[in-house]
Design a binder for this molecule. Structure first.
Ligand SMILES: [Zn+2]
Length: 266
């Protein structure tokens, strides 16, 4: 009997630690934590996170319901103008993480993005797997992406997102050296796969968080088709759509990096 109780306690503790480790992955990388500690959170940080989780289970915190629609890749002919038109029709801001070489390939489209009220982020020059590159090559990819965006759009990206969300400590340091804040996400429907609009809406609503930084992709017809239902569902649940900069102005980083599960019906 005692053995069973001990075994159950060990399983519970291991799950709790595992969950705390997952939750320790930041949505927006804090400027003041050493890159190595973000990749491998020290035991103290995991323990602190476990305490926060226990406290929040007992006393769920109140958060303003804010959501950021972020779109990776591109810009692309046809589908990026369609996405811009959809966002305009819905009256929502967004952030586009663009690829430098695609910005240079589609300058006329890239130049329409910032004037449409969309935040421009850097998504590297050629979309490589950054964590397989050395530090110098990573810095060149980030600098090259930012230079292409600045040359073509006259806008300097304040945010950076690594391709496929893969990064290491060098990536974090390289983004910091470029004076760009690394932004990931907390809602990911996987719309880069072949999904239909219904599946995207179901995933984005089922996995809603407050605040929500939603990862979507440029160049996907199903994503454009899903947007009106996503926006309607989140608004009905009391959400306001903002840019990353507005999100950071309205919420401390601790709250952004500790998103709460919330119910949003599709
Ligand atoms: Zn990408």
């Amino acid at each position: 009997m005692l053995l069973v109780a001990v075994a159950a306690a060990v399983i519970f503790l291991r799950r709790w630690i595992h969950h705390a480790q997952l939750e320790a992955i930041p949505v927006i990388v804090p400027p003041d934590i050493p890159a190595h500690d973000i990749i491998h959170p020290p035991a103290g940080a995991i323990a602190a996170r476990m305490v926060v989780e226990a406290k929040e289970t007992l006393f769920p915190p109140q958060r303003p319901r804010l959501a950021v629609l972020t779109f990776d890749d591109g810009p692309f002919p046809v589908l990026t103008p369609l996405l811009l038109a959809q966002l305009h029709a819905l009256g929502v801001p967004a952030a586009f993480f663009m690829i430098g070489q695609d910005v240079r390939a589609q300058p006329a489209i890239a130049q329409r993005i910032a004037p449409a009220g969309i935040e421009i982020g850097n998504h590297t020059l050629t979309h490589p797997e950054l964590s397989s590159l050395g530090e110098d090559a990573q810095r060149a990819e980030i600098a090259g992406g930012a230079a292409a965006i600045a040359d073509v759009t006259r806008t300097r990206p304040a945010y950076f997102r690594p391709p496929h969300g893969n990064y290491d400590a060098e990536t974090i340091d390289a983004a910091r050296a470029a004076d760009e804040t690394m932004a990931l996400w907390d809602v990911d429907p996987g719309d880069w796969r072949s999904m239909d609009a219904d599946q995207i809406v179901a995933s984005v609503t089922t996995h809603a968080r407050s605040p929500a930084v939603i990862l979507l992709h440029n160049g996907k017809e199903a994503t454009i088709e899903a947007l009106p239902r996503i926006v309607r569902a989140y608004r009905a649940a009391g959400f306001t759509f903002v840019t990353l900069r507005e999100l950071q102005a309205r919420l401390p980083l601790g709250a952004i990096n500790d998103p709460l599960r919330v119910a949003v019906s599709p």
